[in-house]
Write a protein that binds this ligand. Structure first.
Ligand code: NAD
Length: 511
């Protein structure tokens, strides 16, 4: 059963609703394992937690870095098409707008069971107050001067008839000038880089702050989220004394240090304007100094790299293989794509950034099973990306997974995935914004005598949406997709004083 319209009310002594907040008294349970000579001792424990969710969302703005790109223009088109409930004609007939691919708008969470023992599901966005996509106010920057209607035409993603319906509104949207450093993105991007903020890095940082302020004031926004969907940069060379602390980063910015990347300047400016910053590309924008800055200012950061096609499938398939007791020994991934992202990634340094985020994705699954893998042993894992203009935004991803099976047999799975890149990435951009905004309204405390504190500044619960999830220093990285999804669902349930979903369904199994 599914109910997408009703208001959800939790009836429990552990929840309290006020006009402004939802308060949850929650018992967080896990098992502490200690080693005692040849014994592993597992001891269940409970931690009491109070969770407070602010109910008022306010007006939310999104600023996209790379607004005029395929993702940026498609995101804008999708928000407008849904807001105006547009339909358009194609050779397959009339089609309507939707948000397929977004977990907040198009997926459900199991709420519980009804009197007959049947599961009851609700749309994820019904669980807690979340910003509605129609209410998002969009702005952004691009090194290319085209307006959003022109960018949409250049992207070749949106159906022609829908483009015609969106053209007027989108032609009035023009990206703000951006920071261009030819040392960080591929040389083949130079011809579009004409919409630029000149000056030193510090002057560029000040301009980005001024842009955010201007957008916030002009549109009377309560919150602005800044999200990088611009070209993949090369990794910056992380240097002690430059990137390692907030103070050093500030000094390096003012000294115009050439290893401070444009994306790091955007992140610093966003944090200083109290805006959550999300990195949708693979580069190492969120260096230690940026994370420290976010922690100090109480602002959230999240990254890295949208997990849309090939990697999403990999984080399901390898989890399945390893948890089935099969041993993946070789994972080979080929991609070819013909959009501007592919063109930029055809340069070796930018490809290297992508190769890194794509490569670490199976590590946690491998490490979870020492029966299959000895300490330090890993499957061979190769990632190839080629630029083939003809296929445009319809990225092809071809993967071969070879596993050792019983008594040294082998099992090979081959997958061909036509990704329609931007149409997969855009719903992730929406979810990143919607969920990040929700997480800004949560606070936690162990008991009534303690202060409320926000979540950690590094928003690791967004890992489901990201290829190489950034986590708070020293904490484990989870790449397995369904664990990441369970994390999001169960945090939301905790905010409502509901137990985690365990899938035992004992009511159907125990007489
Ligand atoms: P795109 O090349 O179409 O768009 C990127 C835009 O960024 C361009 O318009 C470019 O002019 C602009 N730009 C470059 N440097 C800039 C800067 N310093 N400041 C402001 N604007 C700048 O690429 P896309 O397909 O939209 O992808 C965007 C990013 O998202 C890429 O880095 C890509 O690797 C990443 N990504 C995409 C997907 C996906 O589409 N499925 C998945 C994971 C990651």
């Amino acid at each position: 059963m599914m109910d997408t319209t009703s208001n959800l009310i939790v009836s429990s002594p552990n929840i309290k609703y006020t006009d402004d907040f939802i308060y949850s008294d929650y018992e967080y349970e896990d098992t502490l394992v200690t080693r005692n000579k040849n014994e592993l001792v597992a001891k269940p424990y409970r931690t009491s937690l109070q969770i407070k969710t602010e109910r008022k969302i306010g007006r939310v703005g999104v600023m996209l870095v790379g607004w005029g790109g395929n993702n940026g223009s498609t995101f804008t088109a999708a928000v407008l098409a849904n807001r105006h409930q547009l339909s358009w004609n194609t050779r397959n007939g009339k089609l309507d707008s939707n948000w397929l691919g977004s977990i907040t708008q198009a997926s459900t969470v199991r709420l519980g069971l009804d009197e007959k023992g049947n599961d009851v599901f609700v749309k994820m966005s019904q669980l807690l107050p979340m910003v509605h996509p129609d209410d998002l106010v969009i702005d952004g920057w691009d090194i290319s001067p085209l307006n959003l209607a022109e960018s949409m035409v250049r992207a070749k993603v949106i159906d022609y008839d829908l483009q015609q319906k969106l053209k007027k509104e989108m032609s009035a949207m023009k990206p703000r000038p951006a920071i261009y450093d030819p040392d960080f993105i591929a040389a083949n991007q130079a011809d579009r880089a004409t919409n630029l903020i000149r000056g030193t890095r510090y002057e560029q940082y000040l301009q980005i702050r001024a842009d955010i302020k201007n957008f916030r004031d002009k549109k009377k926004l309560d919150k602005v989220i800044v999200l990088w969907t611009a070209n993949t940069e090369r990794f910056c060379e992380v240097r002690p004394g430059v990137h390692d602390t907030d103070e050093n980063l500030e000094k390096a910015l003012r000294a115009n240090d050439s290893e401070i990347s444009p994306s790091t300047i955007f992140a610093m400016a966003a944090i200083d304007e109290d805006c959550c910053y999300i990195n949708g590309s693979p580069q190492n924008t969120l260096v230690a100094g940026v994370v420290e800055r976010a922690e100090k200012r109480g602002v959230f950061v999240a990254g890295d790299d949208f997990k849309s096609g090939q990697t999403k499938l990999k984080s399901v398939l390898v989890d399945f293989l390893v948890s089935a007791g099969l041993k993946p020994v070789s994972i080979v991934s080929y991609n070819h794509l013909g959009n501007n992202d592919g063109k930029n990634l055809s340069a070796p340094k930018q490809f290297r950034s992508k190769e890194i985020t794509k490569s670490n994705v199976v590590d946690d699954m491998v490490e979870s099973n020492r029966i299959l893998y000895a300490e330090g042993e890993k499957p061979d894992h190769v990632v190839v990306i080629k630029y083939v203009p003809y296929v445009g935004d319809s990225k092809r991803a071809m993967d071969e997974y070879t596993s050792e099976i019983l008594l040294h047999g082998t099992n090979t799975i081959v997958v061909h995935n036509t990704c329609e890149d931007s149409l997969l990435a855009v719903p992730l951009i929406l979810d990143l914004v919607v969920l990040a905004e929700l997480f800004t309204r949560l606070s936690f405390r162990p008991n009534v005598n303690q202060e409320w504190t926000p979540m950690h500044a590094v928003l690791s619960p967004l890992a489901y949406l990201l290829k190489a999830p950034l986590v708070p220093p020293g904490t484990p990285v989870v790449n397995a997709l369904f664990k990441q999804r369970a994390c999001i669902d169960n945090i939301m349930r905790a905010c409502l004083a509901l137990p985690p979903v365990h899938h035992m369904q004992l009511e159907h199994k125990v007489p």
